[in-house]
Design a protein around this ligand. Structure first.
Ligand code: BES
Ligand code: MN
Ligand code: MN
Length: 463
């Protein structure tokens, strides 16, 4: 791998410049106004794959945004690594909270990233991390050290639920045949505490609408006499947690796999400072389900959160009005073996059952996804562990994450393949938030670490 590592250090500047070009493209999949930009980004990714040395590069059309595919098959008897990533990003708003425009990347130093971090939407999630794979691949190909076959599949709809990717995968099982899936779209504990993600939560996402009277009413004439949908919605939402912060939806916990005491003790070994956590978020204390640590609350326990709530008058000054309707968007993060479809139904039935007379409730399900856990005794995990150890000097810790990448469970179901989640982001990188950033250290260290995975995985596969 010496040639590869030399190639990386000789091309560092260009690797950064190219990522900055990619970050200038506003590939927001959720907003149709950016449709042209998302497509241009797919083209950028395709040409990056080609110039990196990939063959059979194709912009594969779907019912939505295209999947970009490329491969390098050097010998069918060698193992094949299928890399997955996404080129779409979350919307940038609230835009006024950015210190630089979200699609005009700048490199700035921070306390956590003293050597600089790239500030831009998608810098960490997932353009920066996805592009590490393109550059690592380029380095291995150009230095003649690619040890196995590689397939790269980069999609443009991860942030909106990957529904068309699911179709693509089902229709392209042969093309996607591989031995392992490799993804960098998660994080690690700290730059000096590398970790490998071994679990992701699932997701059920619903939108609710509560209707009271058929029109907005004068809050003096009607106040006190009718169900105010905003008051009612607030009450209904509040009732979804009990005094111990357990979720009250009947049946919600039925399929939750509880960890053993030994597993929980193992988890508790990962370094975590409540003080630092609170300080970073400017809070006096943490908050959550009784009986579980913050690490547990954010990974092995299911949760329910309101993501948005609106209705009535929110303009300047005061308007005395009882709104006809109130709305909220609610997400439930799920753990094995909860099923997103079942949970959505449990929510729907429960939410309707607690609506008082004089109101009507509509529940609209959005995209969901299944939780996933990945084994730590597999050669995929071992290869990742070896790779991190080579570049960080210490073995990574296995950590279950709270985020969701619904396609991981889908890959296992459809392709029968396990995924290795080699993430290089930090929780403090503000993904989905204003001022998202990605450390230069993380970007380069990722590019250097990935080739070691290929070597270790190829070696371990022979045994
Ligand atoms: N890359 C994230 C998920 C993630 C981030 C997992 C950090 C673990 C650590 C991904 O792009 C994402 O944001 N997923 C969404 C779900 C999707 C269906 C919109 C999420 O978790 O909210
Ligand atoms: Mn992502
Ligand atoms: Mn994301």
């Amino acid at each position: 791998m010496d040639n590869t590592q030399n190639y990386i250090s000789e091309n560092k500047e260009r690797f950064l410049d190219e990522l900055l070009d990619l970050l200038r493209m506003p590939s927001i999949s959720a907003d149709a106004a950016y449709a042209g930009d998302v497509r241009k980004t797919a083209e950028f990714v395709a040409s990056s794959l080609t110039s990196a040395g990939a063959e059979n590069v194709e912009i594969c059309e779907t019912a939505g945004y295209p999947v970009v595919y490329g491969e390098k098959m050097i010998d069918p008897s060698l193992p094949t690594v299928l890399v997955y990533g996404h080129y779409d990003v979350q919307p940038a708003d609230p835009i006024e909270l950015w210190t630089n425009p979200p699609f005009e990347p700048v490199v700035k130093k921070t306390d956590i990233h003293p050597e600089g971090a790239i500030f831009a939407r998608g810098a960490c999630d997932d353009k920066g991390q996805m592009f590490m794979h393109v550059k690592a691949f380029e380095a291995m190909v150009n230095s003649g050290e690619l040890p196995c076959n590689v397939k790269l599949m980069i999609e443009g709809e991860e942030e909106v639920g990957s529904e068309n990717l699911a179709v693509f995968v089902k229709e392209n099982k042969e093309r996607l045949a591989a031995d392992i899936i490799l993804v960098s779209d998660t994080g690690m504990l700290a730059n000096d505490v590398p970790s490998v993600t071994t679990g992701l939560r699932g997701l059920s996402y619903v939108e609710v609408e509560v209707t009271g009277p058929n029109r907005d009413l004068h809050s003096g004439l009607y106040g006190g006499c009718v169900a105010n949908p905003i008051n009612i919605l607030a009450k209904m939402i509040a009732s979804l947690h009990d005094e111990n912060n357990h979720i009250t939806i009947p049946g919600f916990y039925d399929r939750v796999i509880e960890l053993t005491d030994a597993e929980r003790a193992e988890m508790a070994k990962a370094p975590f400072s409540k003080e630092a956590y609170c300080k970073a978020l400017d809070m006096e204390d943490v908050y959550g389900e009784d009986g579980y640590s913050t690490m547990e609350r954010g990974s092995i326990r299911p949760t329910l959160d309101v993501n948005g709530i609106w209705g009535g008058y929110t303009g300047e000054g005061a308007k005395t009005v009882i709104a006809s309707k109130a709305y909220a968007k609610i997400s439930m993060r799920l753990v094995p073996d909860q099923d997103p479809v079942e949970i959505t139904n449990l929510f729907l039935n429960h939410f309707k059952s607690i609506a008082p007379k004089g109101t009507r409730v509509k529940v609209t399900p959005h995209h969901g996804g299944e939780p996933a856990v990945t084994p730590i005794d597999s050669i995929g995990y071992k290869a990742a562990s070896i790779a991190y150890e080579k570049t960080f000097g210490i073995e990574p810790i296995p950590v279950r994450s709270g985020g969701s990448i619904p396609i991981v469970a889908m890959f296992e179901k459809e392709l029968g393949l396990k995924t290795v989640l080699m993430g290089f982001g930090l929780d403090s990188d503000a993904i989905h938030s204003p001022n998202e950033h990605y450390g230069l250290f993380n970007y380069y260290r990722g590019i250097e670490t990935i080739p070691h995975f290929y070597v270790a995985f190829t070696e371990l596969s022979k045994k």
